[in-house]
Design a protein around this ligand. Structure first.
Ligand code: NAP
Length: 255
């Protein structure tokens, strides 16, 4: 068994009850990590954990709102006690509160900032001490192609662009401890999140996906495994010289 596949390594994936987070948790478990499946409630992560256990992996469902400092500290303490010190962190938890600027409420703004940006900050702050102690760490933050601007997403695009600056700063501060930080910026991925967007604009999801695919060079929309595969690489030993990068995984060129 290689070091990378050692079950001694513990990975934390937030928002792992479904979508990209669930696929990433399953992929990292298949790579040999013991995986903490973090979502708002522990119950929500049960299906992901059950799939990992059925495949022979190790996983633990942990409930925490990533935007709440006390819940984050408590969750990371439970993970360290039950699974071991976390050395891989995937900040994936996310919400949408889309609206055109003139209709966007303060609460729409704050909710998106708190989950995506503050949540990534709190989770990273709580996990980094374990990574520093281990002399090894991998942090992957979920940005988005929307970081480049997207109608109806002033809050989300600002948060996803903010995560890119956060990622680059983590790479600079933590590199000397053997810790890398990178951002993965997905394009259109078929999940409940994009299904909700289709419902909001009143378009049937299949038609919505087909319209999106027609604009994507590889002629299809993404699936959660496309993102999980990229995160798997960034989480591994082999990616130790890749840090502070924003990797667009969008079926075509974006920068
Ligand atoms: P999703 O299907 O909506 O899943 C998001 C998960 O995050 C849900 O399980 C959700 O729980 C959880 N969550 C929400 N708020 C949380 C909080 N405060 N604390 C803990 N967990 C929380 O989303 P997805 O499409 O897989 O997206 C995953 C990530 O990729 C997000 O950061 C998203 O912005 C990003 N992304 C997605 C796409 C795409 O096309 N799908 C594109 C670019 C970027 P609940 O179910 O209880 O809300």
């Amino acid at each position: 068994m290689t070091e990378q596949n050692s079950p001694r390594r513990v990975a934390v994936v937030t928002g792992a009850a479904r979508g990209i987070g669930a696929a990433t948790a399953e992929r990292l478990a298949a790579d040999g990590y013991a995986v903490a499946v973090v979502d708002l409630a522990a119950d929500a992560g049960k299906d992901t954990v059950d799939r990992i256990l059925a495949a022979g992996g190790t996983a633990l469902a942990v409930g925490a709102d990533v935007s709440d400092a006390e819940q984050v500290e408590a969750a990371v303490a439970v993970i360290a006690a039950e699974l071991g010190a976390p050395v891989v962190l995937v900040n994936n938890a996310g919400v949408l509160r889309d609206n055109l600027l003139f209709k966007m409420s303060e609460s729409d703004w704050d909710t998106v900032m708190n989950v995506h940006l503050k949540g990534a900050f709190l989770m990273t702050r709580a996990c980094q001490k374990h990574m520093v102690d281990a002399g090894f760490g991998r942090i992957v933050n979920l940005s988005s192609s929307s970081a480049q601007g997207n109608r109806g997403q002033a809050n989300y695009s600002a948060a996803k662009a903010g995560l890119q600056g956060f990622t680059k700063t983590l790479a600079i501060e933590l590199g000397k401890f053997g810790i890398t930080a990178n951002a993965v910026a997905p394009g259109f991925i078929a999940t409940d999140m994009t299904a909700a967007t289709a419902a909001r604009v009143g378009i049937e999801f299949e038609a919505f996906k087909q319209a999106a695919a027609s604009q994507i060079p590889v002629n299809r929309v993404g699936v959660p495994e496309d993102i999980a595969n990229t995160i798997s690489f960034l989480a591994g030993e082999a990616a130790g010289f890749v840090s502070g990068q924003v990797i667009y995984v969008a079926g075509g060129p974006l920068d």
